[in-house]
Ligand binder design. Structure first.
Ligand code: SF4
Ligand code: SF4
Length: 165
């Protein structure tokens, strides 16, 4: 996995132009079966890729925290939301709450998340490859393929399957 993660940004750069063309076409005319296809591709990929071998999202980007996330997680720590915010979070350029630093404070050395049951919604959903209307998040996905090896593989397989129809 270490080697895969090392090569990933370069591979994502090499695929960027093709991905851009692919997603532009996809947005204009998404295939009818896209939701089902994404579900299949997501499941197939995550049978092969174990996030516990990777944790690259937790190490390099981290999620944004919604008000609900902050409420739930601070309660878990028996902290006041404001205290949780000032200890762990900052506001980014899009005015979202994000981690003050990465790797995420809640990531263990064994790649386990210490707040797994109450983790932010964005962590639960990352890399968003099983969401419906996947074509709507193509800009985000093009960034995610440089961080997440599973997202990279899913997009590569997606291009093969959609283009062969
Ligand atoms: S979601 Fe992607 S980047 Fe995050 S741990 Fe799993 S494979 Fe790695
Ligand atoms: S809260 Fe947990 S899942 Fe989310 S970035 Fe931190 S360690 Fe990873």
């Amino acid at each position: 996995m270490e080697q895969i993660l090392k090569q990933l940004p370069q591979k994502a750069r090499e695929a960027e132009a093709e991905n851009k063309r692919f997603f532009t076409k996809l947005k204009k005319k998404p295939p009818k079966h896209l939701d089902t296809l994404m579900q299949e591709l997501h499941e197939e990929e995550f049978q092969k890729t174990d996030c516990l071998d990777c944790a690259n999202c937790c190490k390099t980007t981290g999620p944004l925290f919604t008000d609900k996330d902050i409420e739930r997680i601070s309660k878990h720590f028996r902290m006041k939301p404001q205290q949780f915010i000032s200890t762990y979070l900052r506001i980014d350029e899009d005015k979202d709450y994000v981690l003050q630093s990465v790797p995420c404070n809640f990531l263990g050395a064994d790649n386990y998340c210490s707040i797994y049951d109450v983790r932010p919604k964005a962590c639960r959903e990352f890399p968003h490859t099983e969401r419906k209307k996947f074509q709507q998040i193509s800009n985000l996905t093009m960034k995610n393929v440089a961080i997440c090896p599973a997202a990279f593989n899913i997009v590569e397989e997606m291009k093969r399957r959609v283009n062969s129809k």
